[in-house]
Each structure stands twice: as C-alpha cells, then as structure tokens.
Design a protein around this ligand. Structure first.
Ligand code: SAM
Length: 291
C-alpha cells in the first residue's frame, strides 16, 4: 500500500503536520523507500515468531515494517520531539513499544527479559545514526545480548571495514573487534536517494550474525584488543616495529623478534596480513609472558 510511512509523500505530510526539523547532530536521515525496508527485514530473518529491537525509529518508517512482519517490536528513540509523532504514525500497531532513552545508556538485557519470551528469537534492526554507529554496535556486542543478529544500515565505508578480509585496505582493528563477536556480511549497498534528507556518504546494509562463542581462544580480551590495535597503529610499519612501540617499556626490538620467531610469525609482515587466529596466538603468547 502507498499509505506506508516510508514514502516521500507520506513522510513530507508527517514532517509538515508536526513542523519537524531534522537534527543533524542526532544523525536524522529517514528512509523513504519501502523496498529497501523490505530488504532489510528479509535479510534480518524477521518473521511472525521473532521479536525485533530497533534503535532510532525516527517517524516510524522501519518500525512500521517491523510491526507488520515481526511478532513484537521495541524501539529506542532519544529525541523527545519524535514521541508524539510516533504515537500518531504507529497508532494502528498494537505490537510496538517505544522507549524514550539513549541506547548507549539503556539496560537492554533487562528490557529483553521483560518484553520478549524466553525462547523467542530476537533480532536487532536499525537505520543507525551515523555519528555513533561504532559505539552503539560495540556496546551491544560487548554486552553479549541474547540476540540472533544485528542488521543495520550504516555508512558504506564503515560496513566495509567491519566485514573486511585480511590483506585488504579496509581490514583493521575494527574488523577484528566486530568479527570476534559476529559473522559480518555486507548484504547490500544503498543509494543516497532513499533517505530524507540525503546524507553526504554512501550507505550499506550490514548483517552481523552473533556467534555462540568467539572463533578463536583469547586468554584475556582486555589484553588482546589493545595488542590488535597496536599492530595497526601505523599501517605501513611492520608488525615488529608496531609491537616494539607498544611494548617500549617492556621488551626491545630483539626480544620482540625472538618472541615472534618462537610462535612462527614473521615480524616483517604487516598487521593487515594477520588472521584473527594469528592475532590470538600472538596476544596469548605475550599475555602468558606478562603473568
Ligand atoms: N529509523 C528511522 C528511519 O529509518 O527512517 C530513523 C533513522 S535515523 C538515521 C536515526 C534515528 O536515531 C533518529 O530518529 C535519531 O533521533 C535516533 N537517535 C540518535 N541517537 C540516538 C541514541 N543515542 N539513542 C537512541 N536513538 C538515537
């Protein structure tokens, strides 16, 4: 039907009715294309058995499609001005609950316990505010929420980094952080024309499928992630040199080279050539020495 929220005409009607003005600082770029939304829903694996959590419903374009296709929906919106609008635009859907809260401060674990059935599959689905994409995803992943997947519209460049493979220019510490918790896949690139207002950057739909457990064994995550970051600190530098800077008060270059030789990783390689498994071997070996 052409009465869905996600059309240029209906969106303009709603914006005019409420004299709503976009806040760039909140990353407000609303979707005005129902086909894109249906693609997001399909890739997310949403159906009438599943629950959905949305971050940033805006005027309800995606929320409405989630209400139609999912069992029930909980949406977090930070902008107070959108609450009366959502009450209006979503009034026909009894399976939606909007929470007025900053997602970065929300207790999502508690909410899931209260709002969804214990065995119900729950998916996170969102057209994320681009200024805080990474903090939002990292918060949700670190908390190890009982969700099956996160399917999100984000800046294309960031999606490429999250889903990157070794030896590519997008591969970096963000890749490792995301893929440690999930299987990451860019499912679709999206033109700027499906947003109002149009953003300055290209977008992609990224699907993150949560893992039962990480793909590698890491002795200490608080030790692992800083080492990975250090290996990418200066992308053109060798592993040996980046690690020497990182451990400058602990080991000299000769010792670093010896340790790398012992674990069979060539110190003249660059960080971008290491697999997650190699990063785990490397970090675990330095960690054991630090005990
Ligand atoms: N889902 C709508 C759509 O697709 O048309 C709007 C998406 S818009 C890119 C991002 C939304 O996230 C806005 O409604 C914005 O107000 C909201 N938002 C921004 N920061 C937020 C935060 N920290 N917590 C919750 N919502 C936030």
């Amino acid at each position: 039907t052409n009465r869905y929220i996600a059309t240029p005409i209906r969106t303009k009607e709603i914006l005019n009715k409420y004299k709503f003005t976009f806040k760039k600082s909140l990353g407000q770029n609303f979707l005005i294309d129902v086909n894109i939304l249906k693609n997001i829903i399909k890739h997310a694996g949403i159906n009438k058995e599943t629950g959905a959590i949305e971050i940033g419903p805006g005027i309800g374009a995606l929320t409405e499609q989630l209400a139609v296709h999912a069992d029930n929906v909980v949406a977090y919106e930070i902008d107070q001005r959108l609450l009366p609008i959502l009450d209006d635009t979503l009034q026909g859907y009894s399976n939606v609950r909007v929470i007025h809260e900053d997602i970065l401060k929300a207790n999502v674990h508690e909410m899931i316990k209260e709002q969804f059935e214990p065995e119900q599959p729950v998916h996170i689905v969102a057209n994320l505010p681009y200024y805080i994409t990474t903090p939002i995803l990292m918060k949700l992943l670190r908390e190890k929420l009982p969700v099956s997947s996160l399917t999100v519209m984000i800046q294309k460049e960031v999606a490429d980094r999250m889903a990157a493979k070794p030896n590519s220019k997008s591969y970096g510490s963000l890749t490792i952080a995301i893929q440690y918790y999930t299987h990451a896949e860019v499912v679709m690139n999206v033109p700027k024309s499906v947003f109002m207002p149009q953003p300055n950057v290209d977008s992609s739909i990224l699907k993150l499928t949560t893992r039962e457990k990480p793909p590698v064994h890491v002795d200490n995550e608080d030790y692992f992630f800083p080492i990975v970051q250090a290996c990418f600190a200066q992308r053109r530098k060798t592993l040996r040199n980046n690690l020497t800077s990182h451990f400058k008060d602990v080991y000299d270059k000769g010792e670093i080279t010896t340790i790398l030789n012992e674990i069979g990783i060539d110190g003249t390689r660059r960080g971008e050539s290491l697999t997650m498994e190699e990063f785990a071997i490397l970090a675990n070996s330095f960690y054991k020495r630090s005990l």
